[in-house]
Write a protein that binds this ligand. Structure first.
Ligand SMILES: C[S@@+](CC[C@H](N)C(=O)[O-])C[C@H]1O[C@@H](n2cnc3c(N)ncnc32)[C@H](O)[C@@H]1O
Length: 257
């Protein structure tokens, strides 16, 4: 089960994964016409609460849903007055028509495509919106800014049999827009570029939290971390990285009644 991989790396995930830029939440509100202030949001695959806290900070009332008990324990420990439900996004434990927004931050690709979107539509009120987004490193930024990042991703791809990411020639964002379209929805998409400032050590901790890295097993991961520390410090001797990032957002509204 995918959530078990995450439960094994919940602490690293919580400590080192990036949040989402303001531009993501602005695009979400603008494209969906759902004001986050006061909105009832189901954050599906909420994990340790990175997306949940981003939504709460913008005034939303958030129900965090995830099957990963250790991930949710981190969410509860770090979030003021959280509403948490241990559950599966393919069969949401939420009543019909209750939510203004159902979102999947970095999570929809773990769900069954058609079932999850069907569930989102059931749980949404008429006129509500379903949204999925993913943060990823941006290898398409100006060539010199991304040289080290391209090399890093290629090394990861070579070292991790389960690697999924922009170093693969046929890599693309998960097909949520196509699934939403097949469900009869009118999809809007946006790309939001941003830059992440992070220490080499936190970047390496983030690396540990990726499912394809965690799947290697502790000894192999420790060796990978040692190798990457050496490589990254060759480029960033002061231990501070600036990482070009981008968020892909796909969003669709449920028809008004
Ligand atoms: C990459 S994490 C995303 C966490 C958080 N939303 C964020 O922005 O960092 C993916 C999450 O999806 C959860 N997940 C896996 N299968 C799921 C399912 N069937 N239903 C709901 N969540 C699931 C995992 O447990 C994990 O916490």
């Amino acid at each position: 089960m995918s959530h078990e991989v995450f439960d094994r790396v919940a602490e690293a995930y919580d400590a080192a994964r990036p949040g989402y830029p303001d531009g993501l939440y602005e695009a979400l509100a603008r494209l969906s016409s759902v004001s986050l202030t006061g909105a009832t949001v189901a954050d599906v695959g909420a994990g340790t609460g990175i997306s949940t806290r981003g939504l709460l900070a913008r005034g939303a009332r958030v129900v965090a849903v995830d099957p990963g008990v250790r991930m949710l324990a981190r969410l509860v420990a770090r979030t003021d007055s959280p509403h948490v439900v241990v559950g599966d996004g393919n069969a949401l434990p939420l009543r019909s028509g209750a939510a203004d927004l159902v979102c999947y931050a970095q999570a929809w690709h773990w769900l069954r495509p058609e079932e999850s979107i069907g569930e989102a539509l059931r749980v949404l009120r008429p006129g509500g919106a379903v949204a999925a987004w993913w943060n990823s490193v941006d290898l398409e930024t100006s060539a010199s800014a991304a040289d080290w990042l391209v090399a890093y991703e290629v090394r990861l791809a070579e070292s991790c049999p389960g690697y999924s990411g922009p170093a693969l020639p046929d890599w693309s964002v998960p097909p949520v827009a196509a699934v939403m379209t097949r469900a009869g929805l009118d999809v809007q998409e946006a790309w939001i570029r941003w830059r992440r400032n992070v220490s080499v050590e936190d970047f390496l901790l983030d690396m540990r939290s990726h499912s394809f890295v965690a799947a290697l097993g502790d000894d192999v991961v420790d060796r990978l971390v040692r190798r990457e520390r050496v490589e990254l410090l060759k480029v960033f001797a002061d231990g501070a990285l600036t990482v070009p990032m981008r968020v892909y957002l796909a969003m669709a509204r449920k028809a008004e009644a």
